[in-house]
Design a protein around this ligand. Structure first.
Ligand code: ADP
Length: 189
């Protein structure tokens, strides 16, 4: 039987990690065997778990965010034969080859749940996530709360002037914003 590809997306603080953790916990309650991965980029909260901003956690293997490393961790170790459900957080940091890898896992009958940002702070497609959304069985697009007005927020606002794509670790660097209060190149609220 074929597996299933699920994508959980939306801006920062929209509850993507929370939703991924919720699905993985439910899968375990259903006695499914679960493996979860996250990139080694953002280790602020936990080295061996994915964590939400609301401090929920689920065990995770930390990998360098390349599809080669992910493939190796699943296949070279034989782990692939011992799991039914594969979760991945921060999917936006992986390369485009994570797309054929995800489809391969689905063809092997796995339920693959990918969480990640759909757009960057500059409002551009973020890594492989938009393509994965197109190929998924199910896409869950979550919104956060706009930090200016309280309306649903679909954007991630970077505060300050840095234009580097990946800036992690500094608190207060990003905010969720609605369309009206999102200014991709300058924080001018
Ligand atoms: P994501 O993985 O999408 O960044 P998380 O699952 O880590 O989101 O965190 C979601 C949690 O963040 C919410 O349940 C809430 O407790 C908290 N939070 C902080 N700021 C916001 C915001 N602006 N909108 C919604 N939730 C927020």
């Amino acid at each position: 039987t074929p597996g299933r590809l699920e994508v959980i997306t939306g801006p920062m603080f929209s509850g993507k990690s929370e939703e991924l953790i919720r699905r993985l916990k439910r899968a375990r309650i259903a006695r499914q065997r679960v493996a979860c991965f996250k990139p080694d980029i953002d280790l602020r909260y936990h080295r061996t778990a994915i964590a939400s901003h609301s401090e929920q956690t689920h065990d995770a293997a930390v990998v360098t965010p390349t599809s080669d490393r992910l493939r190796e961790d699943l296949f070279a170790t034989g782990k692939i034969h011992e799991v039914d459900v594969i979760g991945l957080d921060e999917t936006q940091f992986f390369d485009q080859d994570v797309i054929p890898l995800a489809l391969e896992l689905v063809h092997l009958g796995k339920r693959v749940i990918l969480a990640g940002l759909d757009t960057t702070f500059a409002n551009e497609p973020f890594g492989p996530v938009p393509n994965l959304m197109a190929l998924a069985d199910e896409v869950t697009k979550l919104s956060a709360v706009c930090m200016v007005c309280g309306q649903p927020a679909i954007h991630t606002q970077r505060l300050g002037q840095s234009q580097e794509l990946v800036v992690v670790g500094a608190a207060g660097l990003y905010e969720a914003r609605c369309r009206a209060h999102f200014h991709p190149y300058l924080d001018e609220h």
